[in-house]
Design a binder for this molecule. Sequence first.
Ligand code: CP
Length: 309
Amino acid sequence: MLNSKDLLGLRNLSAEEISSILSLAADYKKKVLAGKKKFDLLSGRTLVTLFYENSTRTRTSFELAGKLLGAHEVNISASSSSVQKGETLIDTGKTLDALSTDFIAIRHPMAGAPHLLAKTVKASVLNGGDGMNEHPTQALLDMLTLKEEFGGLKGLKVAILGDIKHSRVAKSNAFGLKKMGAEVWVYAPKTLIPSEFEKLGAHVAHSREEAIEGANAVMGLRIQLERQSGGLFPSLSEYSTFYGVKDELLKGAAKGAIILHPGPVNRGIELTPSLIDGANSRIESQVTSGLCVRMAALTLLNEYREKHA
Ligand code: CP
């Protein structure tokens, strides 16, 4: 059950709402992995993916989620739309409303863009990542992957290493995991950790070892070269040497610790290739979780829409 027409972030989602998405997504994941590809719950509905930034995983899995659920699915890229002629986000939203769109999955470089769109349109808006703010379905898919591995989230320690400052994934995970009773530890060069991060309830570690000590999951985050305005760390090679996650560091983690990464990965920078491709990596499982979390979010938002029609 969801209590809003939109899914904009985990900051304002309750533990009960998160649980209901995870529980339905787990059910979908079992069925999808067993080969089921047709659900038809959104028959007659329309999903538009509206992406103003590049994406492989998020956009593809929103598109596939809509298709598996039986919705009409249309993809708009900002680079080939009337945005290039100066159309505003609100006017684009009004256009999509006039075309009887039910769901808009949006990624936008500006924090708060999905929230503005949600206030303007009748359609349900799903945030596929807004600037440095939130990426709620990514954190939900991380939580689903963790829950499958460990049976629950309460009491887990999750270490997140990488570009925390520019990361909407770190922020959504800090909000979501804390609500579900897990501990989040972060580590990065000081220039890549915003001072307010501890206020979100996360622990800021002083070393890679401290972050990883006893962790059930170690998540590498991509160094976002496109968001660096320069000078935040000396070079990629030094980042990898002093801040990257190496195989030997995992010795301090809890038994059975898993490796996560939202992708795309800079191989050998945030994580060694042997960790990315190793037995404890759940990076591919995260991608499947992403499809199922997005199916669950669309299903629950559709239920909300039917109830409040
Ligand atoms: N994790 C993630 O958001 O990946 P994409 O940029 O490929 O969507």
